[in-house]
Design a protein around this ligand. Structure first.
Ligand code: NAP
Length: 479
């Protein structure tokens, strides 16, 4: 059965502020009410995490790794069930939801392996007379705040490295999608999670819980994934106590198709980069820059694929679901209207089911003749619109790609790998897909440049985000 209460100290507790509703974006109807965490619950979660830290940080890395490894196995065992839960509260298709479960589970496997290779360093001071011993320690209690667009992956990408490093955590999932986080907690308990190591407090108002954590001297780390605006608010709060901060923020990914690209591969990559999860990914291709020589052909091939997308509820076996809420539909509609006013044309559109009027639906759309300075290419759309801008020289398209304060992901399609690397290196983005529309990989550093974030998740770096480095300078009289 799906849990609906707060998860503190391995107990399911009613929230101090009553309940709030989790809504199915495909119908607009309540899935179920969930406990609403209060400030007192936020404190209780830190009490549990701080108490557990004293022992968890000393648990052997292998033992911690075994719990993570078992969680990976349990998530894979329950992949279908977890996928259905993600699809229910987020709205994405079952294919996308189950793909997310696999991706999310992989963070447990990766950090089960990475956590047993803590490493360190031992050196001889250049001047002699001293030895240097470098070790890594858990940063302490970590506050994790996650968005709704990947309800499982954004949580596991933080929980797994934090626990591998020896930290304990308090997590506030997005109010739209807390059920998946609870389901993962259940599996972690089954995997042997000790009390207090992971604590989950959703709330109808994020700030009442998170601000309390930011003020609590026992919380040493904030790891946030969400919008750049809220990231900025949290960084200001972190400044007061110099809280160690990792920020995974908004994106505005350019996707470049060169004149020498394999157009079938480019279209296939674009379908993934643009339409996975209905375009509601931080790495989503936000603006397509297609060389003038191939723009017509590319738009026609992409448009044919988009027009044939099956839009509908996940349970109907759809390719693409609704947006997350009415606000998202409103924002996406306004961006589309603005682009049309600026001279863009709709070439293709998928049809939205007329029998699901109460959900938050938006038709996947392809736009051509989009002016390079249109609002839609400068704002993060977070919806299934593919605006196409054409270009003629590499210098021109690099200028377009970098004309933003965001720098999370980018995509380049070209038949010339050297050109792909040259373009990729010239783009100010933390992750560049070359001839592919997906950059996420637990073994690779995920994160952004400029206002897209600070720090990296995944890979070795994801573990280091939850560690402090210490060195001992040891007097070493030479013989
Ligand atoms: P959001 O509004 O910033 O919310 C993210 C999280 O922050 C949610 O848990 C939210 O809680 C919480 N929050 C909201 N206001 C807060 C406050 N004042 N203090 C503390 N926490 C607060 O972002 P979103 O709309 O959920 O997600 C979309 C954004 O996330 C996009 O910009 C996307 O690019 C970005 N994103 C980035 C990455 C990455 O890895 N770089 C990955 C995924 C998404 P509530 O749900 O209760 O409001």
């Amino acid at each position: 059965m799906t849990a609906t209460d707060l998860f503190i100290d391995n107990e399911w507790r009613a929230g101090g502020d009553g309940t709030f509703d989790v809504v199915d974006p495909a119908t607009g109807r309540t899935i179920r009410p969930v406990s609403d965490g209060s400030e007192a619950d936020a404190v209780a979660a830190v009490d549990a995490a701080a108490a557990a830290l004293t022992t968890w940080r000393r648990v052997a890395p292998r033992e911690r790794g075994e719990i993570l490894r078992r969680t990976f196995e349990l998530m894979i065992r329950d992949r279908d069930e977890l996928g259905e839960l993600i699809a229910a509260e987020n709205g994405k298709s079952l294919t996308d939801a189950k793909g997310e479960v696999t991706y999310s589970a992989e963070f447990f496997r990766w950090y089960a392996e990475e956590g047993v290779r803590m490493g360190g360093d031992y050196g001889v001071a250049p001047a002699g007379g001293t030895r240097t011993l470098v070790t890594h320690h858990p940063v302490g209690v970590a506050a994790l705040v996650t968005p709704w667009n990947f309800p499982a992956a954004m949580a596991t990408r933080k929980i797994a490295p934090a626990l591998a490093a020896g930290c304990t955590v308090v997590l506030k999932p997005a109010a739209e999608t807390p059920l998946t986080a609870f389901a993962i907690a259940r599996l972690m308990v089954e995997a042997g999670l000790p009390e207090g190591v992971v604590n989950i407090v959703p709330a109808s108002s994020a700030s009442k819980v998170v601000t309390r954590w930011m003020e609590d001297p026992r919380v040493r780390k904030i790891s946030f994934t969400g919008s750049t605006g809220i990231g900025s608010v949290l960084l200001k709060q972190a400044a007061d106590r110099i809280v160690n901060s990792s920020m995974e923020l908004g994106g505005n990914a350019p996707l470049i198709v060169a004149d020498d690209a394999d157009l079938d591969a480019a279209v296939e990559g674009t379908m993934i980069a643009k339409f996975r999860g209905g375009g509601q990914a931080c790495t989503a291709a936000n603006r397509l820059y297609v060389h003038a020589d191939v723009v017509e052909e590319f738009a026609a091939r992409l448009g044919a694929k988009v027009a044939s997308l099956k839009v509908g509820p996940a349970a109907d076996g759809s390719d693409i679901g609704p947006l997350i809420n009415a606000k998202a539909v409103d924002k996406t509609s306004k961006l589309l209207a603005g682009a049309l006013e600026a001279g863009a044309r709709v070439t293709h559109e998928a049809s939205v089911p007329s029998d699901h009027a109460d959900g938050f639906w938006f038709a996947p759309t392809v736009l051509v003749d989009v002016p390079a300075d249109a609002e839609i290419v400068h704002e993060e759309i977070f919806g299934p619109i593919a605006p196409i801008v054409s270009w003629t020289t590499d210098e021109e398209v690099i200028g377009y790609a970098n004309d933003t304060e965001m720098g999370l992901a980018a995509y380049v399609f070209t038949g010339d790998l050297q050109r792909g690397i040259r373009l990729g290196e010239a783009i100010e983005a933390g992750m560049v897909g070359v001839n592919r529309g997906l950059v996420s990989d637990p073994a690779a550093p995920f994160g952004g440049m400029k206002q897209s974030g600070i720090g990296r998740e995944g890979a070795r770096m994801g573990l280091e985000e939850f560690q402090e480095t210490q060195y001992l300078s040891i007097a070493w009289p030479e013989d």
